[in-house]
Every structure is written in structure tokens, then in C-alpha cells.
Design a protein around this ligand. Structure first.
Ligand code: HEC
Length: 477
């Protein structure tokens, strides 16, 4: 209100009248929720990147006063923003009432699960239906296909599973212990390009840093082999200097992409410390490049920069969780979660700075700006950005035989957006974006099966589905 301090009484009255409709009435609380909270807790409060508020499980306290405090002061280390200042005390109280009401309504309604298996859709030149592949998983995160048709699936709490002829194996014994904390856990699984000859399987996970506190962690990579249902021959491929670990529970990044010439690329998110994405002496907020056995390439961009970590390939990233090479030209692409708005698709190039948090198309979750700049000299622009955020996650350049018209396109998954999108390019620009799997659940990863069908990893419901060609309906002219 300070802008009205020196005004005349009439202006003050006018200002009061004008300002009144802007103050949230209790009836607006649903709007406030949608605007400020839905991106993380889900449109229906059933959870997303943040916990469900419908299950009566409260880690930060269950009384009305506890919940109000959780909203007021947040849980910054775990990715819950503080809302005092952004929301008034009345709005926070209205929010508690709103959460209780919605919880009661959900309890009496039960849960409905969309059964849409039989529905045929036609998108971008192909008719397809969506089939369930396997359920009964706990937060599946990544998938990879073995040459013999078996599928490897990671579950975030720390399990690697094998799907063979529709049957899910027991968890593979001997995989590394993960720090199952917030957004972290067992995340990516990927096969070496020469897997047929060498049998190497790579895992990326959140690791408790050796010799550090219970919750201090960073993203780490190992490789190993699968023998008689066990994880064996494990080798450590990447671990950041342990003193660089952070207690934050979010923004671990984690994907693995091989370029086919012996190099491996992987991202680490900013680990909740946005300004650190700009620092070359820290591993977070970066995409890294190493040899497939973990050695550091002598020609990495910052090997001769004093103080810089030599594994860094590019920097200024917030939380990239999609990474893939375009087989058509060998270029490297990433998708990166923005804050509120500003999800990005980036063409990742050697030594470049992608700008977070100096430039971004997003804003803070509480509505305050992060920066007034969306571009600046020397900082890379995304090829595409999504505002509002769809929470972009895993990506895959589609090269399969099942949907020829989709070849060369990029499949992009969305968690909050609950979708798999098909992006098509012309001259390095995105010229179309089609929805393939709208509202099926939060989609974390996508991959092309040996038969060319498209597999998607869903969270809530936790399962894997696939898109299979359906007979094209006879077109009516
Ligand atoms: C950027 C993501 C994000 C946004 C936006 C967000 N939250 Fe959260 N919230 C979280 C996370 C993550 C947690 C879990 C924190 C923890 O476990 O310490 C959480 C926890 C909570 C809790 C405590 C849950 C418990 O189990 O005790 C409440 C209540 C809550 N949020 C309410 C809200 C409300 C209301 C809003 C909107 C005004 C909101 N949150 C916006 C991420 C978010």
C-alpha cells in the first residue's frame, strides 16, 4: 500500500475501492490453490512432485495450526516454498479449510481410475491405442530394453526390476543403496551402446555422500552387469567431491545419454541452490561429460579453467531430466524443469551457459519474480519453452518402425502436464507439438521398444503403458 501513502483522501478511498476486489475472498481459495500449489501438489491435491494432501499423512504436523505453519514457513530444504508475505494470514487459514474440505470430499468419493484402453486415437498421421504393460510398481522412473526383449525398470525407492514375458522379477539384488529422499532415489537406467558385447548397464541415483551427514547427497553413477538376477561387477563411474553434497531433497537431474563415440553425458540439477548453477567449481546445475568408464576427457571445455570441475560440459541449468542425442545429426538435446513457468528444451553445446537463474521465462512459486530478464548476451536461449510449466521430464527421439510418420520427432514427457508430446522440427526449430497421451497420469519417461511401439513410464497410477498401432479408421470424405 505504500504507493498510496501521499495521496489525497479521495484517492485513498478510490484506491481502497479498487484494491478490494483484488484481496482474495474465501471463495477464491480454489483459485489461489490452482495458481500457487497445483503445480507441485497436483490439480486435485492428490500429489505430484509434492505429497498428496488427501491421504491424511502429514510429515510436518497434522493439526490445523501445523498445516498453516507448513504453508507459512515452508520446508525449504525439501522444495516447499514459504508463503508468508505472498499469502495473507487469512488466505493461509482459508487454504487449511480448503485442504480439509477436499480431503473429505475425496474420502467419500473414492478414487476413480480412467479405463481408456480400448479407445483409438489418431494423432499426427497414426491411429493407436494405449495398452497397460505392467502395474504394481512404486514410482517407476526409468526404463531400458535389453536386446533379448526384456525390460529394465527402476523404481525410485531403490529397486531395479526386470520385466520378462509380462512378469515382473523380484528386485535385482546387489544394486547400490540410494538416498531415498524427496525427489531423489534410484532414477535412470541405460545400456552401453555396445551392451551386446560388454554387458554394461548404467544406473544414476541419489547417493549419500561418503563421510558426510545422513541427508547430504549428490547424484552419482555406477555401471554393473546383470547375472542370474543379481547386480555384479559394479564400478563407480561418477561421484562428485563429497564436500560438495547438499541436504536439499530436490533437483537431482539424472539421465544418461551416450554419443556412440565412447562419451557419456548426464545432468545434475541445481539441488535447490539456484545461484550455484552459475559456479564452475560445483557439480550442480550442470551437464557433465565423461568417458564410458568414468575417466575425464582431456578435451572437456573447462579442464584448464582454474577451480572448475573438469567434468562440466555446459552450465546454468535448473533441473534437466530429459537428455537424448538426435540420431539424425548427433546433436544433444535436454529438457529442463523451469520454476513456475519456463520449462525448457535446449540444444546442449560444449561450454555454453544456459542462463539459470540469470535469465528465465519462469517466476518463483509464490509469484515473485526471479529476474527481470529472459535473455542476455552470452547466455543461450531455449529452442522452446513452456509457460505455464508442464513439468518436462524424459525425452526420446523416435526412430521406430511402428509409427513411420513420427520418425525423427522428439517424444517429450510431462509430469504436471500428464502427457507425451510429439515435437517435430524443421531447420532446427520446433514446428509442431501434438499430444499423444493426454491425462493418463504423470509421465516420467518414454522410450521406443524393440518393436517400435512407444513405452511410457507413469506415476500416479504407477505403471508402464505403451502406444500400439491400431487399424486406421476408414476416413469419411
Ligand atoms: C515447488 C513445489 C511446491 C509448491 C508450489 C507448493 N508446495 Fe507444498 N510442499 C512441497 C513439498 C516438496 C513438500 C514436502 C516437504 C517436506 O516433506 O518437508 C510440501 C509440503 C506441504 C505441506 C505439508 C505436508 C505434510 O505432509 O506435512 C503442506 C500443508 C503444503 N505443502 C501446502 C502447500 C500449499 C497450500 C501450497 C500453495 C500455497 C503449496 N504447498 C505449494 C512442494 C510444494
Amino acid at each position: 500500500m505504500s504507493r498510496f501513502v501521499t495521496s489525497s483522501p479521495i484517492l485513498t478511498i478510490l484506491a481502497t475501492l479498487l484494491a478490494a476486489p483484488l484481496a482474495a475472498q474465501p471463495g477464491d481459495v480454489g483459485k489461489l490453490y490452482e495458481m500457487h500449489c497445483a503445480a507441485c501438489h497436483g490439480d486435485d491435491l492428490a500429489g505430484g512432485s509434492a505429497p498428496s494432501m488427501l491421504d491424511d499423512a502429514w510429515t510436518l504436523g497434522a493439526s490445523d495450526e501445523d498445516i498453516a505453519r507448513s504453508i507459512r514457513v515452508g520446508s525449504l530444504d525439501n522444495g516447499m516454498p514459504a508463503w508468508e508475505g505472498a499469502l495473507s494470514e487469512a488466505e493461509i487459514r482459508a487454504m487449511v479449510v480448503f485442504i480439509r474440505e477436499r480431503r473429505n470430499a475425496a474420502a467419500s468419493a473414492g478414487t476413480e481410475v480412467a479405463a481408456r484402453g480400448a479407445e483409438v486415437r489418431t494423432v499426427a498421421g497414426h491411429a493407436y491405442r494405449v495398452e497397460d504393460v505392467v502395474g504394481g510398481l512404486a514410482t517407476p522412473w526409468g526404463l531400458a530394453f535389453l536386446p533379448d526383449g526384456r525390460m529394465l525398470i527402476t523404481e525410485k525407492p531403490g529397486r531395479l526390476r526386470v520385466l520378462e514375458n509380462g512378469r515382473l522379477s523380484a528386485p535385482v539384488a546387489g544394486t547400490p543403496a540410494v538416498l531415498d529422499h524427496g525427489q531423489g532415489g534410484l532414477m535412470e537406467v541405460a545400456l552401453h551402446p555396445d551392451f551386446k558385447d560388454n554387458g554394461w548397464i548404467y544406473l544414476a541415483f541419489s547417493e549419500r555422500a561418503p563421510g558426510r551427514g545422513e541427508r547430504e547427497g549428490m547424484t552419482a553413477l555406477v555401471r554393473g552387469r546383470l547375472r542370474d538376477g543379481r547386480w555384479v561387477d559394479e564400478e563407480l563411474i561418477y561421484r562428485a567431491p563429497p564436500e560438495k553434497a547438499r541436504t536439499a531433497a530436490h533437483h537431482w537431474g539424472s539421465r544418461i545419454a551416450f554419443d556412440g563415440h565412447g562419451y557419456l553425458f548426464f545432468p545434475i540439477g541445481d539441488r535447490g541452490a539456484q545461484e550455484q548453477a552459475q559456479r564452475l567449481d560445483l557439480p550442480n546445475g550442470k551437464i557433465h561429460r565423461i568417458h564410458d568408464d568414468g575417466r575425464i576427457p582431456a578435451d572437456n571445455p573447462f579442464v584448464d579453467t582454474p577451480g572448475a570441475l573438469p567434468t562440466i560440459w555446459s552450465y546454468g541449468h535448473r533441473n534437466p531430466q530429459g537428455l537424448d542425442f538426435n540420431p539424425a545429426d548427433g546433436s544433444l538435446w535436454s529438457t529442463e524443469h523451469g520454476p513456475r513457468g519456463g520449462d525448457e528444451l535446449n540444444l546442449v553445446q560444449r561450454g555454453k551457459n544456459y542462463g539459470w537463474p540469470v535469465i528465465t521465462y519462469g517466476i518463483n512459486y509464490n509469484g515473485t519474480p526471479i529476474t527481470d530478464r529472459t535473455s542476455a548476451p552470452g547466455l543461450e536461449q531455449p529452442v522452446l519453452h513452456w509457460t505455464p510449466s508442464i513439468a518436462v521430464c524424459g525425452i526420446d527421439f523416435y526412430e521406430g518402425a511402428a509409427f513411420p510418420a513420427w520418425r525423427g520427432g522428439l517424444l517429450v514427457t510431462a509430469l504436471a502436464g500428464e502427457d507425451v508430446r510429439l515435437l517435430r522440427f524443421e531447420g532446427g526449430r520446433v514446428v509442431s507439438q501434438d499430444s499423444l497421451l493426454r491425462r493418463a497420469g504423470r509421465v516420467r519417461d518414454v522410450g521406443c521398444g524393440p518393436d517400435g511401439t512407444v513405452y511410457a513410464v507413469l506415476n500416479g497410477p504407477d505403471k508402464i503403458v505403451r502406444l500400439v498401432p491400431a487399424a486406421t479408421p476408414v476416413s469419411v470424405r
